[in-house]
Design a protein around this ligand. Structure first.
Ligand SMILES: *Cc1c(COP(=O)(O)O)cnc(C)c1O
Length: 364
């Protein structure tokens, strides 16, 4: 008889947003819109598409395990040392690597209640204790409460800034203070998956907490996570990265699979970074879509949480029912994990947002 570790027994697998093809099969309908996984509704850079076509002839070869060109491109872009970067098969892989390196059965990870569900999954997968710090009535997050919960067992703190699914964020001043006060033997994981959307709105740039940029806090241990899945529009290619001091990166590198970032992802990453016009366009469009959805919610008397990301959490009387009824109309949104009466909708194109809002009519 195979023995399953006790700590895995009540662990639920991650439930991703429903794929369009799956709903097509189930309902036999076309013209489905998916606003469920915070993907970029404008696709990706044209230069990425062209480069992938061009490079398809090289797929018989293993990729460069060190991702040399991508590393050069990114370190120039971020003005960091190339050795301060680790790439992952999505930033999710780096979250996983972090737990494998820094957490084991007697350790504890901390995060705010309702933050990105992957933190809990990966922490529990290595047998660590995962503790959630309550958030406020209005979904805001008090970083002092996080500090208060730190114990000798706390090894890792996960902060998604902005938070998925609520869309709230902690701003510069409070984060500066938090980082100054966090103990030196705790690793802070600042997950900035939505940084490009949030950076003009007072959200800190986590790179300021990584030693080379800010030599005043060399003793603090922060790893910043970013991804190509959101503003860069490359969720399908699986590419993310972490930036931290070299000591942290070099130990993560020890447990990384040698070819974790595939050849096309490396090619795509280089081209995507060079096309900041596409990113800026995506962010501008997101602002417009945000305003459109806010107005649509207000008109319908629907309570929503103002967002720093490319998604909005909104309240309903019966989230499960509304979710299912929207599916029947060909609109895929997402239950907001941890918040029973709430759904999360990704900000789409003007047309998609309109279809979503009109689908709400008659259902609420
Ligand atoms: C979408 C998202 C990610 C990105 O994950 P990838 O593996 O890079 O696709 C990471 N963290 C949060 C909070 C997210 O919402």
């Amino acid at each position: 008889m195979l023995k399953i570790p006790e700590y895995l027994k009540d662990l639920e697998p991650y439930k991703p947003g429903k794929p369009i093809e799956e709903l097509e099969r189930e309902l036999g309908i076309k013209n489905i819109i998916k606003l469920a996984s915070n993907e970029n509704p404008y696709g990706c850079s044209l230069f990425v598409k062209k480069a992938i076509e061009r490079e398809a002839v090289n797929l018989n070869r293993y990729p460069d395990g060190g991702a040399y060109y991508l590393r050069q491109e990114l370190s120039n872009f971020l003005e960091t040392d190339p050795e301060q970067i680790i790439f992952g098969n999505g930033s999710n892989e780096i979250i996983d690597l972090i737990t494998r390196v820094f957490l084991s059965e007697n350790d504890e990870a901390l995060a705010f209640q309702g933050s990105f569900v992957v933190y809990k999954l990966v922490s529990k997968a290595v047998g660590a204790t995962f503790r959630e710090v309550p958030i406020e009535q209005d979904f805001s997050r008090d970083l002092n409460k996080l500090l208060d919960k730190i114990t000798e067992k706390t090894k890792v703190i996960f902060i998604d800034n902005p938070c998925n699914p609520t869309g709230v964020a902690n701003l510069k001043e409070e984060m500066n203070q938090f980082i100054q006060n966090v103990p030196d033997d705790v690793l802070v994981v600042l997950d900035e998956a939505y940084f490009e959307y949030a950076k003009e709105h007072g959200v800190p740039n986590g790179l300021h907490y990584v030693d080379i940029i800010n030599p005043k806090i060399p003793e603090k241990n922060v790893i910043v996570l970013r991804t190509f899945s959101k503003a860069y529009g490359l969720a399908g290619i699986r590419l993310g990265y972490g930036i931290a001091k070299k000591e942290i990166i070099s130990v993560l590198e020890k447990v990384r699979q040698p070819f974790n970032v595939n050849y096309l992802a490396q090619v795509a990453g280089v081209e995507a970074l060079r096309d900041q016009k596409f990113v800026n366009f995506s962010v501008e469009q997101n602002e417009k879509g945000k305003a459109q959805l806010y107005e649509g919610f207000e008109k319908r008397g629907i309570h929503f949480i103002p967002t720093y990301g490319n998604f909005i959490m909104f309240k309903t009387n019966d989230a499960q029912m509304l979710y299912k009824n929207l599916l029947l109309k060909g609109v895929i949104v997402r239950p907001a994990f941890g918040f029973n009466n709430y759904l999360r909708v990704s900000i789409g194109t003007e047309e998609e947002n309109k279809i979503f809002l009109e689908a709400l009519d008659g259902l609420i």
